[in-house]
Design a protein around this ligand. Sequence first.
Ligand code: ZN
Length: 139
Amino acid sequence: MDVFSRKTRSWIMAQIKGKHTKPEILIRRGLHALGYRFRLHVAHLPGKPDIALPKFRTVIQVRGCFWHGHRCVRGNRLPSQNHSYWREKLSRNAARDRKNDCGLRRLGWRVVVVWECRLSSPQKVESELRRIQRLLAVP
Ligand SMILES: [Zn+2]
């Protein structure tokens, strides 16, 4: 017997599926569904950005909170072992991100950052996609 209502069940299934979906893939699928055309890992741009929309001269950086040092619950959780090693490594990652974003902006690209923690439910994914859509609507 199913103890969940159909609505709850389908939400849970979406969550479980979401666990196997990388944040970058969620955004890619969403953009595609909205009809945007983009290029992946463009080699000639600083840091080979994940997603580039040449028509909008916009790059979308999908970032994992831990690896890219987001100031959120996930991003602030440093392993207790080798604490200083991790602090160093993660701050180097963040410095590299700043440098790449800066280089992209100098070349005239708009940089939109999407954090992993903002994609933790289908509703949140949808609202991030709407945010991107609003930004792209502004020339
Ligand atoms: Zn985060």
